[in-house]
Design a protein around this ligand. Structure first.
Ligand code: B12
Ligand code: SF4
Ligand code: SF4
Length: 242
């Protein structure tokens, strides 16, 4: 069994009782690939390179936990995020932490060095030093949509995690097919139409406006969420998992 298959099995085992999560997707990014080597220029100068976390880094294991269509239903109506959506966010965060620890342990037990990159973000710049979306894009998991989400073959509604490894297995290439209908020239602005703050525009994303609504939810619901742009839109759930 390749480690990619093993990783998928580990994730499936940990998420077995999480009925809001569908079949996970796992991708491998080559740390020597152009998208990873250019993170400090393409994302931000403060972005970490994998070798700053693990000197022997070769592959970044990136995974996506796609949500079920039913899970999104709790956040379909209204302009404010629902309490249930906030609870799913917190429960998924706990699963991501558990998965990362289990994957790193599995690798280290097999004698392969592994490190979990630090999460979190700077509350002034609203940027993390480890962008899960850019890592996932390099690992062939998807393309950026107008909703600013990374759209995978399983959809955009869900969450990413990653582990830096010294694995010696073949890496994946970025997806070349455009997965966003609007960017592919189809008539879709569903995410922009659903954004209650105007943070999402056809030509950009105002992270401060988005953060304001997420901060309100943090105070009222216990999680910095909104997510209207990734729920009940055509790219939310795609069934063609790979
Ligand atoms: C800080 C943060 C926030 C902040 C600021 C958002 C922001 N985008 O800056 C706030 C609190 C507002 C927020 C909101 C949300 N977040 Co948030 N957030 C993060 C966090 C911690 C860091 C993001 C970051 O620093 N990005 C770096 C900056 C530079 O990248 P960026 O803002 O994404 O901008 C880039 C893209 O737009 C990209 N891009 C756009 N178009 C294209 C096209 C091409 C070709 C390319 C190459 C790039 C590209 O280029 C931009 C600049 O580099 C990540 C987790 C992580 N560690 O990565 C989660 C994360 C991005 N959030 C996530 C989610 C789900 C949300 C919400 C839906 C909240 C919710 N759960 O209800 C909203 C969605 C907002 C939106 N439309 O983007 C998911 C995204 C899942 C997905 N499918 O993409 C992540 C990855 C968390 C996770 N573990 O899965 N978030
Ligand atoms: S709702 Fe439509 S335009 Fe927006 S990201 Fe999804 S596919 Fe693209
Ligand atoms: S999370 Fe909410 S406020 Fe932020 S871009 Fe999406 S719909 Fe707009």
């Amino acid at each position: 069994m390749s480690f990619k298959e093993r990783a998928k099995a580990v994730i499936e085992e940990i998420t077995a009782d999480a009925d809001w999560i569908r079949e996970p997707i796992v991708g491998f990014a080559d740390t020597a690939s152009p998208k990873i080597c250019s993170l400090k220029t393409s994302v931000s100068e403060n972005h970490l390179l994998p070798e700053e976390v693990l000197p022997q880094a070769t592959i970044i294991l990136s995974y996506f936990l796609p949500f079920t269509r039913e899970a999104g239903e709790c956040n379909r109506e209204g302009t404010e995020p629902s309490k249930q959506w906030a609870d799913l966010y917190n429960a998924t965060n706990a699963l991501i932490a558990e998965i990362n620890t289990a994957l790193a342990a599995e690798l280290r037990n097999a004698g392969i060095p592994a490190e979990i990159p630090a999460g979190g973000f700077d509350t002034d710049s609203l940027m993390s030093r480890w962008s899960q979306r850019h890592i996932a894009e390099a690992a062939g998991l998807g393309t950026f949509g107008r909703n600013n989400m990374l759209i995978t073959r399983a959809g955009s509604m869900g969450r990413f995690g990653s582990v830096i490894t010294a694995l010696r297995e073949p890496a994946d290439s970025p997806v070349t097919e455009e997965l966003c209908l609007g960017k592919a020239g189809k008539n879709c602005t569903a995410c922009i139409d659903r954004c209650p703050t105007g943070a999402l525009k056809i030509d950009g994303f105002d992270r401060k406006a988005c953060y304001a609504v997420c901060l309100k939810a943090e105070k009222e619901l216990g999680a910095d969420v909104c997510g209207k742009c990734t729920v009940a839109v055509p790219c939310a759930v795609k069934e063609n998992n790979r």
